[in-house]
Design a protein around this ligand. Structure first.
Ligand code: GLC
Length: 642
């Protein structure tokens, strides 16, 4: 016992010393960043002192076990722990998945069976019953919503996950609060101190100026960016829904309060913090109020503070914006790799859907240049589907370069995925149609967008099989491209669209609910019954995860090279590190495709044999005029062997 205590003490000492070192090293940068934002604010000085005290307190109150975990994670340096090929995630709504946090404890075996060791739990903190944008309208950042259980339940879950070497991701909804949050209530009651936490205006003059350059996020369900609040007779900025009030980060108090909330989550044991709507946190008249430079400065400041006090927690910036803009969330120039550790690879997600609809990879290839600029030591969250819609936000230039007209091409994709294009098997829907700008996004589950819903309805065996191939092709592509793949819950068991949202008064206007299923565990038990789509998708997903784990070269070390497109229907990339190499090939077309064997000989080695980890089959590398053949919607994970 005495020895154990000594050891704990020692660890505490080391961790404390390292904290001081980090704090000293980062202090001038913290001060610089802080002053860039707040130097001219009357409460700037006081705010800075509070900021430093918040960092200090957060480290002091960090549980010893988490400090120990920080040290362990730091041991993998200079390579960050999260670059590993051994992490695979799932994103889920606790209530729709299994009811409560307590029940989720009982589902950890399910994740382990699948191979998932990283969970993104969709917002759990208190939000109003009824309309809450799926929990993204938070009324108390520190109280777990009763619907899910208690904070203690969450702590117990995290402890159990930690024991099983699983990782946890939670959201910080940084951009806004619910209109039911205490600060919003005080603001509504007329307290100027709290009105200053938000963007509140007496009349329309400033809002009108903002509106000139601010796009609408939900033009159908929530047009405009301001809401009139009659209790306080103010126009309040509400970029998302009318019940989500945008926080005013020009006020240092707001920053400090939210930083303290970030640390609160860090000290619950969060491994990756998802910063929701990161692109929106700074507003500026005359701009779109998205991706403005000061939003990056705020994120850089958060990164420095988190690095000092709770270095085991990585940051994910949720910025679903144009590729050029996404890249900036990793930090640019002298701030490279000093902002968010992760961003969503939303560009690649959309490009995969593009390739699946067109059956060719022209646009995908044209858009690669940008994505390959990601700094070393940062990573992607890769995915095919998530709780949100699919936006086709990649550059027009890539579409033009591929030889398409951007407007017509996007229109085709919209029609294709909403099932309105002749021959399309997809069963999605259009989301947030903006009549003014022509912008539209797509809703629908992975399985339904790949044709499974329609094929099963029509009892079409061939199409059912093809849609299963498409689902796996899409998943495999995002599993091997680099970053942590995150499966959206239900997709591992072939869930098609759920239309029950149409009968829910709080959800019917938001068709993103069609791809947020309520899990039916009887259906899920079919994952053990061979011959069912549930089984083929589940067991194949298991296999993909297993393969990923056995191939260290898949760890994200900025080690991706696109292969020469000898056949435009096939996407191919090489993952290479030192002596290791893996060629990943994906046939996005409905036809069998052939590829010259030369594709394997262009990158420094000339393998004589290749082992396909997916089919467990060995190939002898041949010479022209023979060809490597890829069946419709097939993929290959090929490693050179003797
Ligand atoms: C993020 C979430 C989305 C939500 C929005 C507003 O984009 O992913 O679901 O509607 O933020 O919080």
């Amino acid at each position: 016992m005495a020895i154990e205590n000594k050891q704990t003490l020692k660890k505490e000492d080391v961790s404390g010393q390292l904290f001081r070192k980090r704090f000293q090293a980062a202090l001038s940068e913290i001060s610089k960043l802080y002053n860039t934002i707040y130097a001219s604010h009357p409460q700037s000085r006081q705010g800075f002192d509070e900021l430093l005290a918040t960092i200090e307190q957060s480290f002091e109150s960090r549980p010893a076990v988490l400090k120990g975990r920080d040290l362990k994670k730091l041991q993998t340096e200079p390579e960050h722990w999260f670059l590993s090929n051994e992490i695979t995630g799932m994103s889920l709504y606790v209530d729709r998945f299994c009811g409560t946090i307590k029940n989720l404890l009982g589902k950890l075996d399910y994740f382990e069976k699948l191979g998932v060791n990283f969970l993104h739990l969709m917002p759990l903190f208190e939000s109003p019953v009824g309309e809450s944008d799926g929990g993204y309208a938070v009324s108390d950042f520190r109280k777990v919503d009763r619907r899910f259980g208690t904070l203690d339940d969450l702590i117990v879950l995290q402890e159990e996950m930690r024991k099983r070497n699983m990782y946890l991701m939670l959201d910080i909804v940084l951009n806004h609060t619910s209109d039911q949050h205490e600060w919003a209530i005080q603001a509504r009651h007329g307290w100027p101190q709290y009105q200053d936490y938000y963007y509140c205006f007496d009349d329309r003059s400033i809002p009108d100026e903002f509106e000139k350059s601010m796009p609408e996020i939900f033009p159908e369900a929530a047009p405009g960016n301001f809401t009139y609040v009659k209790e306080c007779r103010k126009w309040v900025m509400t970029v998302f829904h009318h019940y989500q009030w945008d926080l005013n980060y020009t006020n240092p108090q707001v920053f400090i309060e939210m930083l303290a909330n970030i640390f609160f989550y860090a000290n619950l044991g969060v491994d990756i913090l998802r910063i929701d709507a990161a692109a929106f946190i700074w507003k500026e008249k005359g701009t779109s109020s998205q991706n403005v430079p000061m939003a990056h400065t705020i994120l850089q400041l958060i990164k420095q503070c988190v690095w000092v006090a709770t270095p085991g927690m990585a940051l994910l910036g949720e910025a679903i914006v144009a590729p050029k803009e996404i890249m900036k969330y990793f930090g640019a120039g002298d701030k490279e790799a000093k902002e968010c550790d992760f961003a969503y690879n939303a560009t690649h997600m959309a490009l995969q859907w593009d390739a699946l609809a067109t059956g060719d990879t022209k646009v995908m290839l044209a858009a690669q240049h940008e994505l390959l600029q990601k700094p070393f030591d940062t990573s992607w969250i890769t995915y095919t589907r998530c709780h949100d819609d699919i936006g086709l936000g990649y550059e027009d230039a890539a579409i033009l370069q591929a030889g398409y007209n951007p407007y017509e091409h996007r229109k085709f994709l919209m029609n294709y995925y909403s099932g309105n294009y002749p021959g399309s098997v997809a069963a999605g829907a259009l989301f947030s149609v903006n009549e003014k700008t022509g912008d539209v996004r797509i809703s629908g589950s992975l399985a339904s967008l790949c044709g499974l819903e329609k094929a099963m309805k029509e009892n079409d065996k061939t199409e059912t099989e093809l849609s299963v191939c498409k689902i796996l092709l899409m998943q495999a592509h995002s599993f091997f491209i680099g970053g942590i793949p995150v499966i959206f819950y239900g997709d591992e068991a072939a869930y098609t669209n759920d239309y029950s949202y149409l009968h829910d008064g709080c959800k019917h206007y938001d068709n993103r609910w069609m791809h947020r299923p309520v899990i039916d565990w009887e259906k899920n038990s079919k994952v053990d019954i061979p011959g069912t789509p549930e089984h083929s998708i589940f067991s194949s997903t298991q296999k993909l995860i297993r393969i990923r784990r056995t191939l260290p070269v898949i760890a994200d070390k900025k080690n991706l090279t696109w292969l020469t497109p000898h056949n435009i229907h096939v996407a191919g990339y090489l993952r290479a590190w030192e002596e290791d190499r893996v060629y990943c090939l994906f046939n996005f077309s409905r036809e069998e495709q052939s590829l010259t064997w030369y594709v394997f000989k262009e990158h420094g080695i000339k393998p004589s044999k290749l082992f396909d980890h997916w089919q467990g089959k060995k190939y002898t590398v041949k010479n022209d005029p023979e060809y490597f053949l890829l069946p419709p919607y097939s993929f290959f994970i090929l490693e050179p062997v003797k």
